[in-house]
Structure formats: structure tokens, C-alpha cells
Design a binder for this molecule. Structure first.
Ligand SMILES: Nc1ncnc2c1ncn2[C@@H]1O[C@H](COP(=O)(O)OP(=O)(O)OP(=O)(O)O)[C@@H](O)[C@H]1O
Length: 217
């Protein structure tokens, strides 16, 4: 899987969040998008996911042999973020059953195994609305990581997680993401310590018109 941004730029109203981004992402490599609060990490990640449209430049997706039309790219991408909601009225068992009607489990996994992998057996029949914020974050991570997609995009993956939760996150990455294209969006080293490639969003920003932007990996 390959995702390529060429001269990519995104603005909200008159404010450019990033510009002139030329980036390439490949399977088997983990990338971190870093930068301070409000610098545009989530905006870049959502643009990569195709959830936000670029205002300039282009994005392309390709599997080993084929170009993937942008409006079909969502089938290849899993996305986890604290601001994406889970269906709180459902129990975890119901939620997994619902989600995996539309996408496939990673090979060899099923609902029971996913629930065990994230340590939520005791709460599996409880409505998600009664989960703590850390328990909900485990569900969001599981939803992304255990879905059989070549691309896994993680925005602030450890938010609300305790030490055991952070260890769990690292073991999920280690065990289930090695061959995949992973992009982590974060300003906390703990969340992206395993990422070989680092992309500072500040390199795609400038208040000065016409100033050159550059990539820093
Ligand atoms: N839908 C939107 N409409 C207008 N402005 C927006 C919108 N979404 C984000 N922004 C603005 O874009 C900028 C970048 O926000 P973004 O959430 O991408 O930053 P971030 O680096 O992920 O921040 P954090 O580390 O706090 O999560 C901010 O100034 C934010 O206010």
C-alpha cells in the first residue's frame, strides 16, 4: 500500500493549516506526525484518510498492483481518534458485531478474541455509555487495529489510557501492525516511540507568503 501527497494544502476559511506537503507513506513503515497543540496534526491525518478534502495539491492511494480511486480508499483504512464516537447505546459485543458487518476481522480474530485482547471481558455485556474514558479508548484502538485494513491511522492513541493501557497499546502495535502502514499523530513520545519516520507538521507551515516549505523526516 502506498499513499502519496503532492503539493498538498488544507485551509479552514483563510487560515492555511499546512501547505506544500510532499509526503509518501508505505506499508511496513510506521510514521509519526508531530507538532504542538493546534498545529494541524489531526487535520493532516484526516486529509490522509480522505475524511477532509484538500484545498490544493493531490493525494493518491495505490495497492501493490492497482491505483485505488480516492472514494474507495476508506475500505483500506482504519482510523482511531478520541473525537470519533463509538455507539454508546450498544454493549461491546453488539458494537463489534455491528462494526464487523461492514469490515473484516484481522485473520484469526473474532469478537471474543478482540474482547480478551483488550482486557474487557468483564464489561463485554455492559453498554459502552457506562465505560470509563480509558475503556472507551481501548475499544476505539481495537476497532482500528483488529479491522483487516492495510492502513492504520491513530490520532492520540494513548489518550485516557493508564500505564497498563499504554503497555497494551504497544503490544497491539508490536503484534498486529508490523506489516501495515501505520501513522500516529501525537505530541507525546510515548505514543510514537516505535515510529521510524518522523514528520514535523511545522515544516509545512509558514506565516510568510512564498516561503519554501520542506519535509523533515
Ligand atoms: N473544522 C474546522 N474548522 C475550522 N478550523 C478548524 C477545524 N478543525 C480544526 N481547525 C483548526 O485547525 C487548526 C489545527 O487543528 P488540529 O486539530 O489539526 O491540530 P492538532 O495539531 O491536531 O492539535 P492537538 O494537538 O491539540 O490535537 C487549529 O487552529 C484548529 O482550530
Amino acid at each position: 500500500m502506498k499513499i502519496k501527497l503532492s503539493g498538498a494544502g488544507k485551509r479552514f476559511n483563510r487560515e492555511w493549516i499546512f501547505r506544500n506537503a510532499d509526503l509518501e507513506f508505505l506499508s511496513g513503515i510506521s510514521y509519526a506526525i508531530t507538532g504542538p497543540n493546534g498545529s494541524g496534526k489531526s487535520t493532516l491525518l484526516q486529509s490522509i484518510a480522505g475524511m477532509l478534502h484538500l484545498n490544493e495539491g493531490s493525494i493518491s492511494y495505490a495497492s501493490t498492483n492497482n491505483n485505488i480511486p480516492p472514494d474507495e480508499a476508506f475500505q483500506y483504512i482504519s482510523f482511531s481518534a478520541p473525537y470519533l464516537e463509538v455507539i454508546e447505546e450498544m454493549t461491546l459485543v453488539e458494537f463489534l458485531k455491528f462494526h464487523f458487518q461492514f469490515k473484516n476481522y484481522l485473520e484469526g480474530m473474532n469478537a471474543q478474541e478482540v474482547i480478551e485482547a483488550i482486557g474487557l471481558q468483564a464489561a463485554a455485556q455492559k453498554q459502552i455509555r457506562y465505560y470509563s474514558s480509558g475503556m472507551k479508548q481501548r475499544v476505539k484502538l481495537a476497532q482500528a487495529i483488529f479491522t483487516n485494513t492495510p492502513v492504520v491511522l491513530l490520532d492520540e492513541p494513548c489518550s485516557n489510557l493508564d500505564i497498563q493501557g499504554i503497555e497494551l497499546y504497544h503490544s497491539l502495535i508490536q503484534n498486529y501492525c508490523k506489516e501495515r502502514l501505520v501513522i500516529v499523530c501525537s505530541n507525546d513520545e510515548v505514543e510514537y516511540s516505535f515510529c521510524k519516520e518522523r514528520i514535523a507538521i511545522t515544516n509545512f507551515k509558514s506565516n510568510l507568503r512564498g516561503r519554501a516549505f520542506r519535509r523533515d523526516t
